[in-house]
Write a protein that binds this ligand. Structure first.
Ligand SMILES: [Cu+2]
Length: 105
């Protein structure tokens, strides 16, 4: 009984601890702005296929929303603007965001 109690305490301690966050994965993103949410800093981007480091397609072309963590870059965006950017994804919790935006001619 005592061991069971110890086990349960350890188990709950494990559950409470945060997952260890490593460096995020980085992908090259290119696409076109469809819509912006200025309050939430979310850009709806029609993006091309996104490749992983091994050259395989990691995500097919689609239109989806991306949180933007680049205030200066976000300010340059408006619907129809073409951009290249970096897409970061935290492998632990799958949190993702776009940064290092370069507006394309
Ligand atoms: Cu996508």
């Amino acid at each position: 009984m005592r061991y069971l109690l110890l086990f349960l305490i350890l188990l709950s301690a494990c559950r409470r601890s945060e997952p260890v966050a490593g460096p995020p994965d980085v992908y090259q993103l290119s696409g076109e702005i469809v819509k912006l949410n200025a309050d939430k800093k979310i850009a709806t981007i029609k993006h091309g296929p996104i490749k992983a480091a091994d050259g395989k397609v990691w995500m097919e072309a689609m239109t989806m929303e991306f949180p933007v963590r680049d205030a200066a870059g976000f300010a340059k965006l408006s619907p129809g603007v073409k951009l290249k950017a970096k897409l970061y994804q935290q492998p632990v919790d799958f949190d993702y965001w776009v940064a290092e935006i370069e507006v394309q001619p």
